[in-house]
Write a protein of this length. Structure first.
Length: 543
C-alpha cells in the first residue's frame, strides 16, 4: 500500500508539473543564439508560439517552463535574427530574373553573346531586355554604342539596363519606336550623342523615353516575379526586404499576396514619388501589417557615380565638363519634403554625390531642426563632404548604405572623384559614429542580394577574391557586432519595425536564420562562403 501511494504521489506531482507548463509550438535548443538585443546577449535556446518568441535562455530552463509541440536541436549551429535588407528593389529583382543576366560581363562582345543565348532560349519576347552591364569592367572603360546591338539584333528592340539602374543601352530599333532624336531633351537626364546622333545610351531621367514604350507586366506577371524573388531571398537568409520605390497598385498587390499566404517574406515598401502617389497616400496615411510597412516615400536627388549622373560639388576628376545633375530641382525637392514633414511619412532620399547629400541634409535640417524621431533617411549617402557628416547627428538622420557598393566601385572610384574627395566616399564608420547606428542594405538587383556579401564588405572592405590585401579605406570598416546590428535591429529601427522584430527577444516576431558557420568569429576570407541552413519567418520554416 505504501509503495502504491508513493507511486501515485510521484505520478500526480509529475502530471501537475506538466499541466502547469505553458504551451509552445517550437523549442530551438543546442544553438549559439546571437539575439542582437540591447545588450547583444547570447543564448542557447528559445521557444516560439503563434509566430512570436516567448522566451530566450537555456534549454534546461525553458523545458522546465514550456511544453513544445516540436523541438529543433541545431547541434551547436549559430542562429541570428532574420536578416534585413532595408534598401532593395524586391519586385525589380523578380523582374530581372526573367531577363538576360549581364552581370560580370567582361566586354561588350560578351554582352552580345549572352544576349544571343538568351534570345535563342526566349524567341517569343517582343523586346529583348537585360540588366547588369558595366563599362568600367571592360577594356577602355568607354560607354558602349548601339552599332554592335544593331548588327546582332536589327529587327527586335533591345533595352539593357546598366548595373546601377541609372543608364540604358538600346539599339536603333528601340530608338525609332520611342521616337528618340538628337534633339530629345529631358531634365535630369541625358541622351548621349556622338557625331550629333544618339549613341544608344540614355542616362537617368532620359531612360523614361524608352520605358514609356516598353511592354508593361500585368499583375499576373508581377505575382510570378514576386514569388521568384521570394524564393531566391529566403534561401539567402532574408526575412525582411524592401521595395525602394513602387506604386500604390504594386503595394496593394504585395499586401494581397501576403494576406493570402503566398508571400511569407516581409516587405518595407517605399512609395514612388509622383503627384498621384502623393495624393493617394498622403490622404490614406501610413499603415503597417505584420508583414508590410508603408510609411515612406522614395525620392531621387541624383543619379549614380558609375554613369556620372551623381551630382558633385565640383566636376568629375575624369570628365571636367560635368559634375552630374539633380533629377529633381531643389525647389521641387523642398516642396515634397515639406509635404512629408506635415504628414507622418518618412522621406528616404537617394543621394550619391556630395552635392546631392549636401542639398538634402540641409533641406532635411530646415524642417527637422534638431533631434527628433522622424527617422528620415539618406539612401546610399555615398559621397559625403567631411563638413556635412555632422548633420546626420544634428538632425537624427539615418544613413542607409550598401557596403558592397564600396567594394564594387573601389576599382574606379578614385578616377571619378580624385584622391582627396574619394576619402569622403563609402565612409560607413564615420556615418555610424554620428547616431551610433546605421542601416545596411544591398540595393539588389544593383548588387547581389546575399546579405553576407555586404557583411564581408563592411568588415573586411574586400571583394569576393579578398582584394585588396588589407582592405579598402579601412578607416571606414565597421566591427562585426555593428555589421550584424545594421542588418537586424538597426535596420528594423530604420523601418519603424523595431518593436515588431530585429532581435531574438520575447514578444517579437519569430524571424531567425541558421548558418553553417559563425560569422562573428570565422576569418574574413570565409565570410562569403557562409551558407544558410534554415530560414524561419513568423515561426514557420520557409527554407
Amino acid at each position: 500500500m505504501k509503495y502504491s501511494l508513493l507511486l501515485f504521489s510521484t505520478l500526480f506531482v509529475a502530471l501537475s508539473a506538466c499541466s502547469s507548463k505553458k504551451k509552445a509550438d517550437l523549442l530551438v535548443k543546442n544553438a549559439r543564439v546571437y539575439t542582437a538585443d540591447s545588450s547583444f546577449s547570447t543564448a542557447s535556446a528559445f521557444v516560439v508560439k503563434d509566430g512570436i518568441f516567448l522566451a530566450v535562455g537555456s534549454a534546461d530552463s525553458l523545458t522546465a517552463l514550456y511544453d513544445a509541440d516540436s523541438t529543433a536541436d541545431l547541434g551547436g549551429q549559430p542562429v541570428y535574427p532574420g536578416l534585413y535588407d532595408p534598401h532593395a528593389h524586391f519586385l525589380g529583382f523578380g523582374q530581372v530574373l526573367s531577363q538576360a543576366d549581364l552581370v560580370g560581363a567582361e566586354s561588350y562582345d560578351e554582352v552580345i553573346e549572352r544576349l544571343k543565348t538568351f534570345y535563342q532560349k526566349n524567341p517569343q519576347v517582343t523586346w529583348l531586355t537585360g540588366r547588369g552591364w558595366d563599362q568600367n569592367d571592360w577594356p577602355g572603360e568607354a560607354f558602349p554604342t548601339k552599332e554592335k546591338l544593331d548588327a546582332a539584333f536589327p529587327n527586335v528592340p533591345v533595352a539593357l539596363t546598366r548595373v546601377d539602374g541609372h543608364a540604358l543601352l538600346v539599339n536603333s530599333k528601340a530608338l525609332r519606336l520611342a521616337q528618340v532624336t538628337p534633339t530629345s531633351k529631358v531634365a535630369g537626364g541625358e541622351v548621349m550623342l556622338a557625331n550629333a546622333q544618339p549613341t544608344g545610351v540614355l542616362v537617368d531621367n532620359a531612360m523614361q523615353l524608352i520605358r514609356r514604350v516598353l511592354p508593361r507586366p500585368d499583375n499576373a506577371d508581377k505575382t510570378k516575379m514576386l514569388l521568384a524573388a521570394q524564393k531566391a531571398c529566403v534561401a539567402l537568409g532574408l526575412t525582411s526586404v524592401s521595395d525602394a520605390g513602387i506604386s500604390p497598385d504594386e503595394i496593394n498587390l504585395i499586401d494581397s499576396l501576403q494576406k493570402a499566404g503566398q508571400l511569407k517574406i516581409r516587405d518595407y515598401a517605399m512609395v514612388s514619388l509622383g503627384e498621384p502617389n502623393l495624393n493617394y497616400f498622403l490622404k490614406r496615411g501610413p499603415f503597417q501589417t505584420d508583414r508590410l510597412t508603408v510609411r515612406a516615400f522614395k525620392l531621387y536627388a541624383d543619379g549614380a557615380l558609375g554613369s556620372r549622373g551623381a551630382c558633385l560639388r565640383k566636376p568629375y576628376s575624369d570628365r571636367a565638363d560635368t559634375g552630374g545633375f539633380l533629377l529633381l530641382s531643389p525647389a521641387e525637392l523642398e516642396r515634397v519634403t515639406k509635404l512629408l514633414y506635415a504628414s507622418n511619412f518618412q522621406a528616404n532620399t537617394h543621394c550619391i554625390g556630395d552635392s546631392a547629400n549636401h542639398l538634402m541634409l540641409d533641406l532635411y535640417g530646415k524642417l527637422l531642426k534638431g533631434k527628433n524621431d522622424r527617422r528620415w533617411r539618406i539612401e546610399h549617402a555615398q559621397v559625403v563632404s567631411p563638413d556635412d557628416v555632422w548633420k546626420f547627428n544634428r538632425y537624427s538622420i539615418i544613413p542607409s548604405v550598401q557596403p558592397t557598393h564600396a567594394t564594387s566601385d573601389m576599382y574606379w572610384a578614385t578616377e571619378r572623384l580624385g584622391s582627396v574627395r574619394v576619402k569622403g566616399a563609402y565612409a560607413f564608420n564615420d556615418l555610424l559614429k554620428q547616431n551610433k547606428l546605421i542601416a545596411f542594405g544591398s540595393d539588389f538587383p544593383v548588387e547581389h542580394p546575399n546579405p553576407l556579401f555586404g557583411f564581408h564588405s563592411a568588415v573586411a572592405r574586400q571583394d569576393a577574391k579578398n582584394f585588396p590585401a588589407g582592405g579598402y579605406q579601412m578607416e571606414n570598416a565597421v566591427d562585426r557586432k555593428s555589421a550584424l546590428l545594421a542588418m537586424t535591429r538597426w535596420a528594423a529601427y530604420a523601418n519603424f519595425e523595431d518593436k515588431l522584430r530585429g532581435s531574438i527577444s520575447a514578444g517579437k516576431q519569430a524571424d531567425f536564420v541558421v548558418l553553417d558557420r559563425d560569422i562573428m568569429t570565422v576569418p574574413n576570407p570565409q565570410l562569403r562562403q557562409t551558407k544558410v541552413k534554415q530560414t524561419w519567418i513568423g515561426g514557420d520554416r520557409v527554407y
